[in-house]
Every structure is written in C-alpha cells, then in structure tokens.
Design a protein around this ligand. Structure first.
Ligand code: SF4
Ligand code: SF4
Ligand code: FES
Length: 258
C-alpha cells in the first residue's frame, strides 16, 4: 500500500456489542479513517464520535476501557482479531497484515459490563487471595530494605511486570467464567512475593490459598498462558516453582501439624 493510500485509508471495524450485563450481544460494523501509526483506541475514539454503522444506522457510542495508553495498566485488553491483547498497543498497520477487517470482542472469561468493557474484579480478588503484597507494618522509617543478588533481581523483575491484563486467563482452558480456578497470573505473583525477603513472611498463607479448591492443582499445564502473555512472564516456570513450594509446604504441615 503506498503511503498516500495509507494516509487516506478507511478500515472496517466489526465490533461485538452488548448494551447491559444481561442483554444479548450483537454485532455492529463501522468504517473509520485510520492514519498510519493509528492504534485501535484512536479508531475507537473516532467511532465514539461518529457512531454511524456501515448500514447508515445511528448507533450508541461503543464503550471500552483504557487508562495508561502505554501497555502498563491492562485495562484496555480485549479480543482483537481472535486474540486477547491491549488495544492501546495494537497497531492498525500490524492488524492489517492479519485481516483487512478489524474484529473487536470483549474478553470471554469475564462478565461483560457493556460492549468491550468487562468486569475484571476476579483478577484482583485472586491477587487478594494470595496476599500479593509485601506486609509493611506502619509508616515509620525501618532502615534499608533487604538486599537481593543480581540473579534474584533479574528473576523477580521479570515477574514484577504483570499488569493483571487477563490475557493469560482468556487463553487458559482451565479458567472458565463460572469456575474457581485462580489463574496463572496469581500463581506467578505468589512466586514473586514469596521470593521477596520480607514478602516471604506470608509465604505459608499464599501456599495455603494455592493448595485449596481452584488452586494450583486445577492447572492442566496446557501452557497456553505463557504463549500469550504480552509481558513475556515465565508463567510455566512460576507454575512449576509454586507446585514444588506447595508440595514442600504440605509435607512440612504434615510433620509439624501446623
Ligand atoms: S501474567 Fe501476563 S497475561 Fe497474565 S495478567 Fe500478567 S501480564 Fe497479563
Ligand atoms: S498452564 Fe495451562 S492450565 Fe495452567 S494456567 Fe497456563 S494455560 Fe491455564
Ligand atoms: S490503556 Fe493501559 S494497557 Fe492499554
């Protein structure tokens, strides 16, 4: 495509819509001008301001979620051309190599609030279950924090990049909209905080949470999660590591009775 054609191009968007949590879904199509370098969100902004479908019907503006616009918050995650990814970093130029029509759907593993907006509370509730934080008691100065070797920093930095976007959960065959599986992101965050010198004080609680129903044993090890994580988090390594930790923890509990 010449750059002049590219500059004036119009792209068709096929968008799965839903007016309310309990309403049936339907599809609308819109044509939007997409200059070079446009991302999905910039096209959605144009569509929201010009919500006339390709059949000439005046539709309601499409709803979606976003925040950081730099692939850090995960809020804008949706299914784009069949794959869950962030709409702020999904470039039309790249999507055009897959399909001339850009298809947008809400993630299927979370309840739809409206159109492309889903309720991701379950992701954050899972992080609460595994106490995905370092306990700090009070606001007083506590001196320098614990030191970490460069190797530990490297391992934990990779895990720290999780943005709770839900791509790994959307791709996971064990994670269903109506079951209890906690998900790869929470398992990986438990590993992240267990590996922190202060965070390790809650390691037993995290492992207790992961031993129960919906925990690590519900992972079928299909490894779909690691393939789709936009932050390339080593999820299968985390699942294996937490699998070992929960086994050791269970044996310790058996012998100590605690
Ligand atoms: S592990 Fe990756 S895919 Fe899963 S929520 Fe975190 S960043 Fe998203
Ligand atoms: S390894 Fe498979 S079953 Fe386990 S969390 Fe990842 S995608 Fe889901
Ligand atoms: S808006 Fe934050 S990741 Fe896209």
């Amino acid at each position: 495509m010449s750059s002049e054609t590219n500059k004036n191009r119009t792209i068709r968007f096929k968008i799965k819509r839903q007016d309310a949590p309990d309403s049936p879904s339907y599809w609308d199509e819109f044509d939007a001008p997409c200059p070079p370098g446009a991302n999905v969100i910039s096209c959605l902004l144009w569509i929201a301001a010009n919500p006339t479908t390709t059949t000439g019907r005046q539709a309601t503006p499409v709803a979606w979620d976003c925040n950081c616009l730099e692939e850090v918050c995960g809020a804008c995650t949706m299914v784009i051309n069949g794959r869950a990814r962030q709409s702020c970093s999904a470039l039309i130029d790249e999507l055009q190599k897959e399909d001339p029509v850009v298809t947008l759907e809400p993630m299927s593993k979370f309840p739809v609030v409206r159109d492309l907006v889903v309720d991701r509370s379950r992701i954050f509730n899972a992080l609460t279950k595994v106490k995905a934080w370092v306990p700090v008691d009070g606001m007083h100065a506590m001196g320098p924090g614990p030191t970490e070797t460069p190797q530990q920093q490297e391992t934990r930095y990779a895990l720290s990049r999780c943005m709770s976007c839900g791509c790994c959960l959307e791709a996971c065959p064990q994670y269903l909209i109506d079951n209890e599986f906690i998900g790869a992101h929470a398992i990986s965050q438990a590993r992240y905080f267990n590996a922190h010198a202060t965070g390790a004080s809650l390691a037993g609680n995290r492992l207790d949470a992961l031993e129960g129903p919906g925990g690590i044993t519900d992972c079928g090890n299909a490894q779909n999660c690691v393939k789709v994580c936009p932050k390339e988090i080593p999820l299968t390594e985390s699942i294996a590591d937490i699998g070992r930790q929960t086994t050791v923890h269970a044996i310790e509990k058996f012998f100590t009775g605690k």
